[in-house]
Design a protein around this ligand. Structure first.
Ligand SMILES: Cc1ncc(COP(=O)(O)O)c(C=O)c1O
Length: 409
């Protein structure tokens, strides 16, 4: 790995030493079950409690409003299925003919998009609110979709493909002005620890976060229930039933090492949030400047490369395309030159398909089919950015020759 430059931190990050220490400690030394009442189990329980208090203070909620899950994906699924299934169950008695509606943005991560789509099998009316070229929700169209039948709206804070930042607080507020009963969920997996995310008080009711995007371990996330009423009135049904861990909302023996590792990583990243952000801006600006100097990016898309991310996107995620060059082979050529990038959301990058985020934003098929994602971590330097620019330049030349000396269209 040392010889590679990792421009893929939106897919995952290296686990920090403090988190690795916790993983090891609770794996083979203090390995007691946190539900055990004896002193050995209570060591694990105390670590989990410490993490729960930390996240509760951070989001200004009570400890029972922090639910540890197995991933960001699971947090998203718990928020969506938990809310909609609770409503469906209740309304089967009250009014079986009523059709519930769920709305999401069209460029949600598959953990949200596919989850809401799956609800159609239960008779739920699933709608996607259109977005514009800059990745912003068309509010008038969204508000048209919000009806008295709408039970849940889910919008992400930072898009994982383009870095587009959604003003979720404002969106949630407007949605609730139209229908105050809507539950608003926000997938903040790409935002947490890097830019501001909602905390109590908020029009956002449910918030998903994940550890492995912030130098924490993989396989641990949390759902933060910002709106306490969702717990009080039993409006959230569990996905996993069993021993009633996590206040009955996520059964299964908790892994104290993962939870304590998430806690350790979150503490570290939040201390460095502002300086990391400034560093991301420097890297992003240098990247753009050097692409221009190399003649790869011209004004009004004159160069072979198009910059797809909106100007006000989160600075740690950049979507680029080389129209005419498929993203898979381009990624391979960049890898041969030590640069690891992504051809889309990491979870789906095995299949190279037109990018849904870019399609939803109205980019043309050649741009969508050739999209790559560059994402920055705090450990990268501006010299590393130059290596990537050189690698892009050489790879584009190489592919041009392979494609018969044709300039990309
Ligand atoms: C926006 C977003 N939501 C959810 C997820 C899924 O998180 P996890 O990998 O923890 O399941 C990701 C991961 O890439 C993501 O980018």
């Amino acid at each position: 790995m040392d010889s590679y430059l990792f421009f893929d931190s939106a897919s995952t990050t290296r686990c920090c030493d403090a988190a690795v220490e916790k993983l090891q400690l609770f794996a083979n030394r203090d390995y007691g079950n946190p539900s055990s009442s004896h002193a050995f189990g209570q060591k694990s329980a105390r670590a989990i409690w410490g993490a729960r208090v930390f996240f509760a203070n951070l989001f200004k909620v009570n400890t029972e409003q922090v639910i540890f899950t197995g991933s960001g994906s699971e947090s998203d699924n718990l928020a969506i299925y938990g809310t909609v299934m609770a409503k469906l169950t209740r309304q089967l008695d009250a009014n079986p003919r009523r059709t519930l509606r769920v709305i999401a943005s069209p460029f949600e991560h598959p953990a949200v998009r596919k989850c809401v789509q799956s609800l159609a099998a239960f008779g739920v009316d699933v709608q996607f609110a259109p977005v514009d070229r800059t990745g912003q929700i068309q509010m008038d169209k969204l508000l048209d979709l919000v009806t008295s039948e709408t039970v849940l709206v889910s919008m992400m804070r930072v898009n994982n493909i383009t870095g587009a930042i959604l003003p979720v607080e404002k969106i949630a507020q407007q949605v609730k002005e139209k229908n105050p009963d809507v539950v608003f969920h926000c997938d903040a997996v790409q935002a947490f620890g890097r830019i501001d995310t909602p905390s109590f008080p908020s029009s956002v009711d449910l918030l998903s976060i994940s550890a492995h995007k912030i130098e924490g371990p993989k396989g641990i996330g949390a759902l933060i229930v910002l709106n306490k009423k969702l717990l009080q009135s039993g409006n959230l049904r569990p996905l996993v039933w069993g021993g009633e861990q996590e206040h009955g909302l996520r059964s299964g023996t908790q892994n104290a090492g993962l939870i304590a590792g998430f806690h350790a990583a979150a503490e570290q990243v939040l201390q460095k949030k502002e300086s990391n952000f400034r560093h991301y801006v420097t890297l992003r600006n240098e990247f753009e400047k050097r692409l221009r100097s190399a003649g790869l990016l011209g004004d009004s898309s004159q160069g072979p490369v198009t910059w797809n991310s909106p100007p006000d996107a989160a600075p740690y995620i950049v979507s680029l395309s080389v129209p005419g060059f498929p993203s898979g082979p381009l990624a391979k050529l960049l890898e041969d030159r030590r640069c690891l990038i992504s051809t889309g959301s990491a979870c789906s990058s095995q299949k190279v398909e037109p990018d849904v985020a870019l399609s939803a934003m109205g980019f043309t098929a050649p741009v969508c089919n050739s999209a790559i994602r560059v994402s920055f971590s705090p450990s990268l330097k501006t010299d590393d950015v130059q290596v990537l620019v050189d690698a892009l330049q050489q790879s584009i030349k190489h592919m041009g020759l392979l494609l018969g000396g044709k300039a990309p269209s």
